[in-house]
Design a binder for this molecule. Sequence first.
Ligand code: C2O
Length: 598
Amino acid sequence: MASTFLVTSCTTISYPSKFSYKPSPIFIRAKPIDNYYKVNCKINNSIINHDDEGKYFPGKLLDRRSVLLGLGGLTNFIGVANKPFALGQPVPPPDLSTCSTASLPDGSNVPFTCCPPLPKDLSNIPTYKLPNVSKVKIRPAAHNVTQDYIDKYSTAIQRMKSLDEDDPLNFMQQANIHCAYCNTCYEELGFPGVPLQVHCSWLFFPFHRWYLYFFERILGSLIDDDTFALPFWNYDSQVGMQMPSLYNVVNSPLYDPNRNQNHLPPNVIDLGFTTIDVDASDEQKINNNLTMMYRQMLTNAPCPQLFFGNPIRGGEQPICGMGTIEYIPHNSVHRWVGNPNNKFRENMGTFYSAARDPIFYAHHANIDRMWTIWKTLGSKRRDFTDRDWLDSAFLFYDENRTLVKVTVQDCINNEKLGYKYEDVPIPWRNFRPVRRKQKVKKNAKNVKPATKIFPSKLNKTLPFSIQRPKISRTKEDKNIEEELLVFNNMKFDENECIRFDVFINEDEGVKAKVLDRAEYVGSFANLPHMHDGAGGGGQNTTTTSTSTPATMSLAITEILEDLGLEDEEEIVVVLVPHSGGKEITIGSVEISTLACAN
Ligand code: C2O
């Protein structure tokens, strides 16, 4: 009976007419209608729901559930839709009762659900209390560890893999947590119809920090060693720019056969990898990598919102606004490791399967390490103080199999979480590229103004000139606002890997493989592994679905200084398409400014 009622109540919701998000100036991804139904009409085998205060109550409460879905659910939904700007509140933890099958980039569903096992009692999820830290553990660089360490680590992973299949601490169950949070298996608690997504926004760093935190503690408990700390893959340094050898031993529990066989050691990683290997010397690749690191950590990330990604608040439909690091090297390393012979580059190349490869955790430890380093780089590089960020919450199983609630606030200081990173050299830190070109060729005959060129397909190297609204900015001006080169209204097929590079003060003859110079500004690269066909965008990019446009902003204040162009009213920009880049259409390009958040 209950099921009949539920279906009826769902079909009475007139989705399109009630759905009135008008969220300009950003793009909001409307969940496709059948997905909305799918999520809300889905009837779990176990009947679980939450009341208005967000407390869960499991079992035989059919009437209550019906009321909620039939009335409360609908009311909430309309309420949310009518108040898109009144949503200033933290992102709540997932509504575990809504966990559904994972959605894939092509819009299909994986034939399995990655929902973690539910605890018996959902009515009372405790808030996690950080244990006292007596000694801060050190996460070592993966290329530096001893055989002793590798043995311990392998044993721990092996034990995790051998746990019962439905044990929440089992390796596959742990990998599924990532799938559930990333392939829109959950809705936000209290916001029916709003999928939870921890990528593409300011949730990226804190979610993955907590995820690794518990994974590491579980490993420690399995080998009875609370000093155990995960290794990090030090690919931001020349010595770590290949797959760490401990992951490349066949038959080791740390091995995964589902990797790109052309990228096994000693192949040098390309931190901007999309789909095609760059045809450059190892030395050039290393210099390009260090330049990209410098750009993503320093030049392009002077502000919290550029580094962490765009804010997302409770009840907002997820949109893509990645921070610099999420985009490069995070996405590119995923793609570089994943097996190109698999449909979605499984395992590492797509969210739902990425965490099945043990190397995932070393990759993410390095991403997490970037957060700790970025905060030491000075100027306005600091954590957000926005309560909506600090109070956003997630749920995890701790090493005792207790499901706990954690908040962003409690993870911003890694030493309070009991770990820090081995102190290794940071070669990109002083890798500020220098100017290689002398002349601004703004009068060359094939350089037309941006206003005359766009909208345009990027089917060849595209030079153009662009006006700056303000020139000769003082130190004070720059302190107040960052100057941004903004690409608007970019349209492309989200199922394709797309990358293009941006140079200033270059022309058609640009040497696109050489990135270690001041003229290289940054790159756009999507990652077609998002949910529901919504691919990732470029850094600080908003992107929604195949037909909805993306934007990208690159901070250029420092580059204009390095190129000696601060007094120029007009600068020359060149776009160089790489893999799939030809398929992108750029609506317009402009220069604007941004005040840093705090
Ligand atoms: Cu949650 Cu590297 O992805």
